[in-house]
Write a protein that binds this ligand. Structure first.
Ligand code: B1M
Length: 211
């Protein structure tokens, strides 16, 4: 990994927003590929925070400070992966499921999808099945993307699909799911399509759209 990406990762870990912004700007100016800045810099740092969080070495406030630093870096990259003139190739409603407040990964997926030409309607976090179904009725999207980061909340993906089926909407929208605890098997079991990261999510969406 190049030195600057390592520094971005370290500064996300330390929650140094100003420094992350400076380093991301520098990496962009040096021509570093955007996907490397995201994966080897920003996400690598956040993953380390995750490990320390798991081990009880850091707590929620530190995690939030790191998340803020990561988001600040992502904002700088947004214009580089989004082209305002791109004709929209499909519409996706996205949500973090009921009981779940994690949204960094979902935002990243949304950002990459937008960059690939999709129109994103992000419902936010902690969204119950009924709200998702209402949104499908209102926006009539091609795709529904659900994100869950907790083993305890991923069941809401299944509940949402059941609610979609009961409302007769399941046949009208292709359902994509993702997030750390979600597996391809689980997705298949509940009648959804799985992708493991933001790049794979775009590939999957394109496949589902026949692009
Ligand atoms: Co929480 N948290 N958290 N957390 N948190 C995890 C998820 C955890 C794995 C940490 C750990 O113990 N190691 C653990 C879950 C364990 C489990 O259930 N298996 C956990 C826990 C337990 C909790 C709390 C319960 C802690 C507590 O309060 N005791 C609590 C729950 C709150 C709630 O949701 N109700 C909690 C709270 C929080 C914060 C609020 C502090 C904060 C969230 C801030 C925010 O999102 N705005 C937070 C964070 C930041 C994390 C970790 C550290 C980092 C998550 C992240 O943003 N990663 C996380 C540990 C970890 O994952 N290493 C952890 C970076 C992001 C780019 O990756 O989100 O994985 P990720 O997204 C990826 C892929 O998953 C995928 O693509 C993304 C980009 O590559 N993807 C999709 C995601 N959605 C997709 C959808 C798709 C396709 C792909 O299609 C639609």
């Amino acid at each position: 990994m190049s030195k600057i990406l390592e520094q971005i990762s370290e500064n996300v870990l330390e929650g140094q927003t100003k420094k992350v912004v400076e380093l991301v700007e520098q990496a962009i100016n040096e021509g570093c590929p955007v996907k490397d800045i995201i994966n080897e810099g920003l996400i690598a740092g956040m993953n380390e925070v995750g490990e320390l969080f798991k081990e009880g070495e850091v707590f929620v406030p530190e995690v939030l400070i790191s998340a803020k630093a990561m988001n600040a870096g992502m904002e700088l990259l947004k214009p580089l992966i989004q082209d305002g003139d791109v004709k929209k190739i499909g519409r996706i409603v996205m949500a973090t499921v009921k009981g779940d407040l994690h949204d960094i990964g979902k935002k990243l997926v949304g950002m990459m999808m937008e960059g690939a030409g999709y129109e994103i309607i992000d419902l936010g976090v902690d969204i119950p099945p009924e709200k998702i179904v209402e949104a499908i009725k209102e926006y009539n999207p091609d795709l529904l993307g659900m994100s869950a980061m907790l083993t305890t909340t991923m069941v809401s993906m299944k509940d949402t699909i059941e609610t979609l089926k009961e409302s007769g909407l399941y046949e009208k929208v292709k359902v994509m799911v993702g997030g750390a605890p979600v597996t391809p098997n689980y997705a298949e079991e509940i009648g959804a399509h799985y992708s493991g990261d933001a790049t794979a999510a775009v590939e999957l969406a394109n496949n589902l759209m026949g692009i």
